[in-house]
Design a protein around this ligand. Sequence first.
Ligand code: SF4
Ligand code: SF4
Length: 163
Amino acid sequence: MATKAGGLIKGLSVTFKELTKTVVKGPATVQYPHVKETPPIRARGVIALKEENCTVCMLCARSCPDWCIYIEGHKEKAPPRRAGGKPRTVSKLDRFDIDYALCMYCGICVEVCPFDALFWSPEYEYSEPRIADLLHDKERLGEWMETVPEAPALEAGAEAKKK
Ligand code: SF4
Ligand code: SF4
């Protein structure tokens, strides 16, 4: 009984504290779209694709828990890297779509990409009247790259990634 009463008092004190905060500072919400907040720099707004880094390895699509990444590619012959070397076969991206009607913003795709081809942008204004229009193709995902914030400076003692 004593525990129940203690819990109730604790709960009410939190309610009272939050109520006081709202009265003093005003509501925590804003009247969107008339008022817009600036999201934190590392907010998960939308995923951007750096197409030239993508090797069509499919790791992101296979790791996505919602199966909302659609990738298609083809192989092409490429000249050898060095004179006298063997001709190479490289993968070219034909299709890279993300369906934001299904995406749950878990970030697994961004984390698993071994080639730094996917990045988070804090942009969040891309709602659509038609749900089908939430499928962003590689051109649209590429345009989001402009909104990706600069990487933060390395911590003291950290080494830059070798290219
Ligand atoms: S953020 Fe998660 S759900 Fe969305 S595309 Fe990436 S892996 Fe899939
Ligand atoms: S994991 Fe990266 S490199 Fe591989 S297909 Fe996805 S975006 Fe492209």
